[in-house]
Design a protein around this ligand. Structure first.
Ligand SMILES: Nc1ncnc2c1ncn2[C@@H]1O[C@H](COP(=O)(O)OP(=O)(O)OP(=O)(O)O)[C@@H](O)[C@H]1O
Ligand SMILES: NCC(=O)N[C@@H]1O[C@H](COP(=O)([O-])[O-])[C@@H](O)[C@H]1O
Ligand SMILES: [Mg+2]
Length: 391
């Protein structure tokens, strides 16, 4: 009856768009996350609530639902259980190895730089303030310090003095996820721009989407746009490095490969073996979008042609305080900003709770020029207000 049964490990906004794509192609979707009512659960056939770091619960959910594909949607998953499940014949997307290496910054960085020879910033790992100081001396100041396990910029800061290195180390340990008090100390790259290169490992080989430019603030993305203007040799270098790493990680699916662009160099930063948040722009910028591409690649279906539809942008809608009682205002005004030549759209994720800086929605726009598309997406996002009610 169903084309395939997919189990999502993590059910946020990215999982929700993936689940919608899967439902459209007649798949069954089981959505798992740490809380009930997560965005993808709202459109899935079934839901399971447990921590993805709890291996026993993860195994129980897999054995209960018997999915054809286990699809990690977040980074923090009990990857030892994923590896065990894979060895027993369950299919982990794109591979247990990819999930395992990318969950920890030390895993993916050492694999990229030391095994594959990709261009990266200088880096060292540290497990104490003293080690962090020594690492900072090695990579130079300023440097960027991040917990090895974290995402969306959590626990990340830049240090310019030895004192700041100490406090950045403490901050990273305080905000880290998981149980390994370890940080990466990276050379600060003065980049001209940064991009995500969506790279699809499909049955018939590797395909690329047009590069996506993005702007980050506090380690989290604010706006993204596609296509990002890149000199052809820089794009080719990024594509070569992306093809190398996705092929080495193995399996089929879409990857978000992040690069810093500095002069004529594409410097590999990190990658997601799954759709990328900056890739939400593809909801208006291309067909198939990144979620449909991930799905098609997983199912062994054709992914080409990938059609880019011109200058497009996304801008995030963030909450600024914790609340379980809130409402969205200004949606009509936001959507009224579109015109036949400059269409706009909006996704509100339906998360049941706000937190300071939590992403609650994203605005999308297409226009004749990139500047116009970004400005329009920002205006649409700015028109949406979150009204917090007294609890
Ligand atoms: N070495 C560096 N030099 C300069 N800027 C950096 C460096 N490392 C990170 N940044 C900035 O911080 C942002 C977030 O870093 P990174 O992608 O490593 O973190 P993350 O927590 O994995 O984020 P996400 O999960 O959103 O991708 C980068 O996109 C970049 O803007
Ligand atoms: N950069 C990773 C990323 O964007 N992940 C996306 O955010 C969700 C968690 O949101 P939450 O923290 O608001 O629950 C994840 O489930 C995923 O969709
Ligand atoms: Mg990143």
């Amino acid at each position: 009856m169903f084309l395939a049964k997919l189990m999502l490990l993590g059910s946020g906004e990215l999982g929700r768009e993936f689940a919608i794509a899967a439902k459209r192609l007649g798949c069954a979707v089981v959505a798992c996350d740490r809380y009930a009512g997560a965005p993808a659960m709202q459109v899935a056939d079934a839901a399971e609530v447990f921590s993805m770091l709890d291996g026993e619960s993860l195994r129980a959910a897999v054995e209960k639902h018997r999915p054809d594909f286990i699809v990690p949607e977040i980074e923090a998953i009990d990857t030892a259980t994923l590896a065990a499940l894979e060895s027993e014949g369950w299919h982990v997307v794109p591979s247990a190895k990819a999930a395992q290496l990318t969950m920890n910054r030390d895993g993916i960085r050492r694999f990229a730089a030391e095994e594959l020879g990709l261009t990266t910033s200088r880096y060292r790992f540290a497990e104490s303030e003293e080690e962090a100081l020594a690492a900072a001396e090695h990579v130079g100041l300023p440097c960027v310090i991040k917990p090895v396990m974290s995402s969306s910029g959590k626990g990340q800061s830049t240090a310019s003095t030895p004192d700041e290195v100490r406090s950045a180390f403490r901050y990273a340990i305080e905000k880290m996820r998981g149980d390994r008090p370890r940080v990466i100390v990276e050379e600060f790259i003065r980049f001209d721009s940064e991009i995500t290169l969506l790279t699809v490992a499909a049955a018939d080989g590797v395909h690329f989407c047009a590069p996506i430019g993005h702007r980050q603030e506090a380690g989290d993305y604010r706006e993204s746009w596609q296509p990002a203007a890149l000199a052809p040799p820089v794009l080719e270098s990024a594509q070569r490095q992306a093809a190398t790493i996705v092929s080495a990680l193995g399996g089929r699916g879409l990857f978000g490969v992040e690069f810093f662009i500095a002069g004529d160099r594409a410097i590999f930063s990190e990658l997601s073996p799954r759709p990328h948040d900056t890739g939400m722009v593809t909801l208006v910028s291309q067909e198939p979008n990144e979620f449909e591409l991930h799905l098609r690649a997983i199912l062994g279906l054709p992914v080409a042609p990938i059609v880019q539809r011109g200058p497009s942008a996304s801008a995030v809608v963030l909450a600024d305080r914790p609340s379980r009682a809130f409402a969205f205002r200004g949606v009509a005004e936001a959507l009224a900003k579109g015109s036949p030549a400059t269409p706009v759209d909006l996704r509100l994720f339906g998360k049941p709770e706000t937190l300071p800086g939590r992403r609650m929605g994203v605005a999308l726009a297409r226009a004749a020029s990139m500047g116009q598309a970004v400005d329009l997406a920002k205006a649409v996002a700015a028109a949406v207000a979150i009204e917090y009610e007294e609890e």
